[in-house]
Design a protein around this ligand. Structure first.
Ligand SMILES: Cc1cc2nc3c(=O)[nH]c(=O)nc-3n(C[C@H](O)[C@H](O)[C@H](O)COP(=O)(O)OP(=O)(O)OC[C@H]3O[C@@H](n4cnc5c(N)ncnc54)[C@H](O)[C@@H]3O)c2cc1C
Length: 311
């Protein structure tokens, strides 16, 4: 079996196959596993540039998180964010948000530790058979946003193509802002409502637990859509918006902008995954809420369905 995509959904799918003794290969087009659970190092220090945190409500996912916690990979970060809107700033209690001191990508790498993952290996075509780049296999799992899966699928694979193309996705930009000092009012994460640029700002030093003067800001989809061609050009506007929001006197020393063309699904797919008679599986966070937990569950469920298919 071939799993395409080493985000948390693809890795969760492959773990189920491996556990059941089914031969599996995972192919990832990026240099590393993790997908949107992305962490990038700046002067040796990781900052989360994709998902900002994760929450837990599913007991099965909680068991995975417990293994990460026991291994020192995650910690409970906070259950209180603030919200900025027209009426000012207020506390917003919510579920516990979990953070990873070494970055969220470290969690996907931990799950994938026994898997044969080939990185820098983009898959170009999935054809009837099924065949992945011309290689026949028992089934293929495409664990990625629907528009990315649709690019690979031969139109003759009509059922999977239809499901993938029916999804709608919104973009986002994530900017890592490295300041000379921590001069902002105390907060963990801030929802920014009705703002032309921002929708979330997190204190990455607090999230990581090292008190570094680093903020990570996520933009709204409309602002991102206007900067997908040249995301770095959006850096000054994002920095100005963050400094204005938090009243920061000094400019950032460094701003890095990451583009997510397919950040979050706005119209997803039914069920927890797709698996059809052509042997094509689809998984990811579009099968549920756009969250780490949904992506994990989707991949896990597709893996179980594939095991049932071959046994
Ligand atoms: C800016 C942002 C903020 C977010 N905030 C949160 C949050 O706070 N809390 C939360 O729970 N979730 C959040 N999310 C969502 C969370 O990151 C996702 O739900 C989860 O990581 C999705 O995992 P996935 O495996 O489904 O997809 P992905 O992580 O996108 O994995 C897909 C993988 O497939 C690979 N791939 C694609 N095409 C090919 C190809 N042709 N060949 C080989 N490989 C390919 C990609 O490189 C990628 O590694 C956020 C996401 C973004 C972008």
């Amino acid at each position: 079996m071939v799993v395409v995509g080493a985000g948390i959904a693809g890795v969760a799918c492959a773990v189920e196959l491996l556990r059941a003794g089914v031969a599996v290969q995972v192919r990832e087009r990026g240099h590393v596993a993790g997908g949107r659970m992305a962490s990038k190092r700046f002067e040796g220090r990781p900052a989360d540039t994709g998902a900002a945190y994760f929450t837990v409500s599913d007991p099965d996912f909680a068991a995975v998180v417990e293994q990460w916690r026991a291994g020192g990979l995650v910690r409970e970060w906070t259950d209180t964010f603030v919200a900025y809107d027209r009426d000012g700033r207020r506390d917003v209690p919510g579920p516990v948000r979990w953070a990873a001191p070494r970055g969220l990508r470290s969690l996907v790498e931990h799950l994938a530790r026994e898997l044969p993952v080939t990185v820098d290996r983009p898959v170009l075509t999935v054809e009837p058979g099924p065949a992945v780049d011309g290689q026949q296999c028992a089934a293929v799992a495409l664990a990625m946003p629907g528009p990315q899966a649709a690019l690979l699928l031969d139109p003759a694979l009509a059922e999977a193509t239809g499901v993938a193309q029916a999804q709608h996705w919104a973009p986002a930009l994530a900017a890592v802002l490295d300041f000379p000092a921590r001069r902002w009012p105390d907060f963990r994460g801030a929802f920014v409502n009705d703002h032309p640029v921002l929708n979330l700002v997190c204190d990455d030093g607090d999230r990581r637990g090292d008190a570094a003067p680093v903020l990570v800001a996520h933009t709204g989809p409309e602002f991102a859509a206007g900067h997908l061609a040249q995301p770095a050009d959006a850096g000054p506007a994002i920095e100005d918006a963050v400094r204005d929001l938090l009243g920061l006197p000094e400019p950032a020393r460094q701003v890095h902008v990451h583009r997510w063309t397919y950040a979050k699904p706005t119209a997803g797919s039914a069920g927890t995954h797709h698996l059809d008679s052509d042997g094509i599986g689809l998984a990811g966070d579009a099968f549920g809420k756009p969250r780490v937990q949904s992506a994990w569950r989707s991949g896990r469920d597709l893996g179980r369905a594939l095991v049932a298919r071959v046994s």
